[in-house]
Design a binder for this molecule. Structure first.
Ligand code: ADP
Ligand code: MG
Length: 402
């Protein structure tokens, strides 16, 4: 154990009275913008007679009550009857995170406690401004290690697991907002994954200003025409980028991770839906199929739009912007009018377009099926993008009984 972890452990032991008797910190496993996560051994488990079984069925799993420990009980630790160790992940949420934000994460986790493929919350502690969330420890591998070797059948199993979690989360009207490999803990040996990190999650439809994308196309056209007329009478026609832009700036939730943001997030849609998570899942699929991680590598939202426009082409990108009342214009020469197919991008990025093997220059049937599913996840128009529920019924993910 390194010195910092030692120091953290002592701090936690000092701050939380029950801590020393309940958990034994082992190591630090994650450090992010909003939290530090530790692996710890749950020593309560021994006292409760090895009675809780997490592996049997995550969704049915109920944790034992947290009771104060009597001295005689803690003595039995040195001499346990049947020793089977249970581990937890302890998420220490930084005090710089706002109280309402911390409460939001814990509340949503509580709502999702019976959801399949979602990591359940065991309990939480607070001591003044310090908050700890206790989750069952889920053994997983680093995405970078397993994604280059995934076959199409492996990919199906991975996405069945991820979309099972998303269907459950979306069914509760919750947007995760930060779908990416480090928030979906996957164990390739057990072929199971759990969704974690609801730090940016929110309920759908709360505090939303209406966006044009929720109108039908005729009503949207009328509204756009009306706003052009107002702008023209105020300032006259403008060519190029307006220097003195008098329009009110648009505000929308942009929380998430660069490279995984859906186009409607980049276009500052004010009525974002659970479909933003589907796009991010699509980016994971694109990454695995193209064997490039990170696939998108933009520094900001404008660069992110350029990357997406390079694939989809300026015509479809312009239509995507219009849905949300945005005008997409570009004179970047590498952005063509009609973009490229995912099939081509996959062949290019895996270097299968040239070289000796003639057969490798074409996708196999199962790869074509994967690309077809990818297209459904990465629809620019969120209303046409597949839902998690539909995805589970899609040919690519569906489990055939026979
Ligand atoms: P953050 O908000 O800091 O990103 P996360 O909840 O995503 O916090 O956790 C950060 C990292 O800690 C994860 O990417 C994962 O490696 C590890 N982790 C989180 N929860 C668990 C868990 N239940 N089991 C195992 N590892 C976990
Ligand atoms: Mg995270």
């Amino acid at each position: 154990i390194d010195m910092t972890v030692q120091h953290d452990m002592e701090k936690l032991n000092e701050t939380f009275a029950q801590f020393r008797d309940n958990y034994r910190l082992i190591k630090r496993i994650g450090e992010g913008t909003f939290s530090t996560v530790y692996k710890a051994e749950d020593v309560r488990y021994e006292r409760f007679n090895n009675s809780w079984d997490l592996d049997a069925k995550d969704s049915q799993w109920t944790p034992p009550p947290l009771k104060p420990v009597s001295h005689s009980q803690s003595n039995s630790r040195s001499n346990p009857p049947r020793r089977q160790r249970k581990f937890v992940a302890i998420k220490k949420i930084y005090v710089t995170s706002s109280p309402s934000r911390i409460l939001n994460e814990l509340e949503l986790l509580h709502d999702l406690k019976d959801s399949p493929s979602v990591c359940p919350l065991i309990t939480a502690f607070r001591q003044s401004d310090q908050v700890l969330a206790i989750l069952p420890y889920f053994r997983h591998q680093d995405f970078r290690k397993y994604y280059p070797n995934m076959t199409v059948p492996d990919i199906k199993i991975y996405f069945r697991s991820l979309f099972t979690a998303l269907a459950a989360v979306h069914d509760k009207g919750i947007l995760h907002r930060d779908i990416k490999p480090t928030n979906f803990l996957y164990d390739p040996d057990k072929q199971r994954g759990v969704l974690v990190d609801f730090g940016l999650a929110e309920r759908e439809g709360i505090d939303h200003k209406p966006c044009l994308c929720h109108l039908d196309s005729e009503a949207r056209k009328q509204r756009i025409r009306a706003s052009y007329a107002v702008n023209a009478s105020n300032t006259g026609p403008q060519a190029g980028y307006p220097k003195n832009d008098t329009r009110p700036s648009r505000r929308a939730n942009r929380a998430g991770t660069r490279g995984f943001r859906a186009p409607e997030v980049l276009f500052k849609c004010t009525e974002q839906t659970t479909k933003i998570d589907i796009w991010s899942a699509g980016v994971i699929l694109l990454t695995i199929l193209c064997k490039r991680f990170p696939f998108f590598n933009s520094a900001d939202d404008i660069e992110a739009m350029i990357e997406i426009a390079t694939i989809f082409g300026s015509r479809r990108m312009r239509a995507a912007g219009q849905l949300h009342g945005c005008v997409f214009e570009t004179n970047i020469p590498t952005i063509g009018g009609s973009g490229f197919s995912f099939e081509k991008i996959m062949l290019w990025s895996t270097c299968r377009t040239d070289g000796g093997n003639e057969k490798a220059r074409f996708l196999t049937d199962e790869e074509k099926a994967a690309v077809e599913f990818l297209q459904r996840c990465m629809e620019l128009d969120p209303s046409r993008r597949i839902s998690a529920e539909e995805a589970l019924r899609h040919d690519f993910l569906r489990v055939d009984d026979d």
